[in-house]
Design a protein. Structure first.
Length: 218
């Protein structure tokens, strides 16, 4: 009876953890779009010119929206097989959400001053911190040979998750390195490394087990 009670409690706490995280991501995306305030239109061609001036804001919004989506998908992949609640994992989940909540701030600042190297370094730093926290969350959930995960966790599966979690951090860390070597223009394109790294992660992804063919009754 006690084992069944603990299992029910774990299930309830896991649901609260996932629902809370999804709610935070939804709020962060809402805050992100709230920074796209309509420009003041003065009639004639003034409205079009004001809209064109919002280009950096739209760029920051699209980039940040895609990155938050990547982190959300990574979190879904990390937690989808969880069957046991664990307080260290819950605490690390909060640590992961902290830099996630800073992305709207960094995005809004980047939209206002896209050509400022310091502003770009802050944006890159927030994304690196988010990726590092994501890696820490993956390692926390995967510890003990995946005892919190249904079916355990193979080394290949852990490597796949770590590559995915580290992709944004590696990309923006390279951006920071380029910025420090006076390659500011090149550093703004560091994000193109992310899809390449995510594609490369598929080479270490565990192969799905083939199901046995169904036997026809005699």
């Amino acid at each position: 009876m006690s084992h069944e009670h603990d299992a029910a409690l774990d299930s309830r706490l896991l649901h609260r953890l996932v629902f809370f995280t999804d709610a935070v991501f939804a709020i962060v995306l809402t805050l992100l779009v709230l920074e796209l305030r309509p420009p003041e239109s003065h009639g004639g061609s003034g409205g079009a010119a004001a809209f064109a001036e919002m280009g950096p804001h739209f760029l920051a919004f699209f980039m940040s929206f895609a990155l938050i989506g990547i982190f959300w998908a990574a979190h879904m992949s990390t937690t989808r097989r969880l069957v046991r609640f664990d307080w260290p994992a819950a605490v690390m989940n909060l640590v992961f959400l902290f830099p996630i909540c800073l992305i709207p701030f960094a995005s809004a600042w980047f939209g206002q001053g896209p050509g400022d190297p310091f502003v770009w370094s802050v944006y890159c730093g927030v994304l690196v911190a988010t990726s590092v926290a994501n890696i820490a969350l993956v390692l926390t959930i995967s510890r003990g040979r995946g005892r919190l995960i249904a079916g355990g966790l193979s080394g290949r599966d852990l490597a796949y998750r770590l590559v995915r979690a580290s992709a944004p951090g590696v990309a923006f860390a390279i951006g920071l390195a380029l910025l420090n070597t006076k390659q500011a223009q090149l550093s703004y394109y560091c994000w193109v490394i992310i899809p390449v790294a995510l594609a490369a992660a598929r080479f270490v992804k565990p192969r799905a087990a083939k199901s046995a063919p169904a036997q026809t009754p005699a």
